[in-house]
Design a protein around this ligand. Structure first.
Ligand code: SF4
Length: 307
């Protein structure tokens, strides 16, 4: 069966010749949108508990977190090769010397092939890019910039603390340095129409990004967004509606961009909306089924195909 979109797992398998698993670590970072530098409440949807796996506990040394993760994945999936994923909060938000110590510690663990580093586009500079570029000479290094939206009206609404231009500047600083560039966006912000959401695919296709995470907006407990939603509910993606949106979006996306994530799945005990009542496996199966039913292909409607 032909692959209908460019997915992360097969991409890594092709590159490394084996299945590669991600090991999450919590290196104890905070975020300028939480520590008072830009704000204290964070982005309005942000509840880090919704994306921090239980095996990640701040305070446990990075090497130990990685070894624990590897042990679990090896037992469960017979996994042999790994990327270390610096996930919660802003993982370049520290002096460069400290970052170097953490990243090298992660890369020193046998069977680790590289790093994926989640961060904000306003928390990178030439010195940090210099470090990542140096590491990328020997290892796979992917920097995932949280963008969320290309529209400043939306970035203002979610109290993101940076604008779209800042993201473009970060991408510009990162490109052509051997570092893989990823972006992370949210679909379904109440500030945007469906057409505006789809137009993000056109825009991102023109940029030198190689990886993309996209998921539906989720309203989770203990966030300013939850407060707004409970006071005045706004529409969120229905399940079927999101499947069709996703197919439409990916058809417009450059076929060269690898999709790392297609939906979000916050724990039931904190998720307020949308409640789809589906497991990860069911959602993945339904996405594939929708692509097949529509005979859709990533990039088939891309306005800006790359050379
Ligand atoms: S979403 Fe990311 S940038 Fe925003 S407050 Fe949470 S950790 Fe910080």
């Amino acid at each position: 069966m032909i692959p209908r979109f460019n997915a992360f797992g097969p991409c890594l398998k092709k590159k490394f010749g084996t299945v590669v698993y991600k090991v999450n670590v919590d290196a104890g970072f905070t975020c300028p949108n939480r520590d008072g530098t830009l704000g204290v409440t964070g982005c309005i949807y942000c509840n880090n508990d919704s994306f921090r796996p239980s095996e990640c506990k701040t305070g446990i040394p990075i090497r130990e977190q990685i070894r624990n993760g590897i042990k679990y994945l090896s037992m469960r999936y017979k996994a042999k090769k790994f990327l270390v994923y610096f996930q919660p909060y802003t993982n370049t938000y520290a002096p460069v010397g400290e970052l170097e110590r953490m990243y090298r510690e992660a890369l020193s663990v046998p069977s680790v092939l590289g790093l994926a580093i989640g961060t904000r586009p306003d928390c990178i500079d030439e010195e940090k890019i210099g470090l990542l570029s140096e590491l990328a000479k020997d290892d796979f290094v992917l920097v995932e910039y949280g963008l969320q939206s290309i529209y400043d009206k939306s970035l203002q609404y979610i109290l993101r603390g940076h604008d779209y231009r800042t993201f473009l500047e970060a991408v510009d600083l990162t490109k052509e340095k051997g570092i893989h560039i990823g972006a992370h966006i949210i679909a379904g912000l109440p500030t945007e129409t469906r057409d505006e959401m789809l137009a993000m695919a056109d825009e991102l296709s023109t940029l030198p990004i190689g990886f993309l995470k996209i998921h539906q907006l989720q309203v989770v407990k203990n966030t300013p967004l939850a407060q707004q939603y409970l006071e005045k509910p706004f529409p969120t993606f229905g399940y079927d509606e999101y499947l069709d949106f996703l197919v439409d979006f990916i058809e417009r996306l450059s076929p060269e961009i690898v999709l790392q994530r297609l939906f979000a799945l916050s724990p039931d005990d904190i998720l307020i909306a949308p409640q789809w009542g589906r497991t990860r496996q069911q959602i993945l199966r339904d996405i594939n089924e929708r692509f097949n039913r529509r005979e859709a292909l990533q990039g088939s409607k891309c306005l800006c195909p790359r050379q």
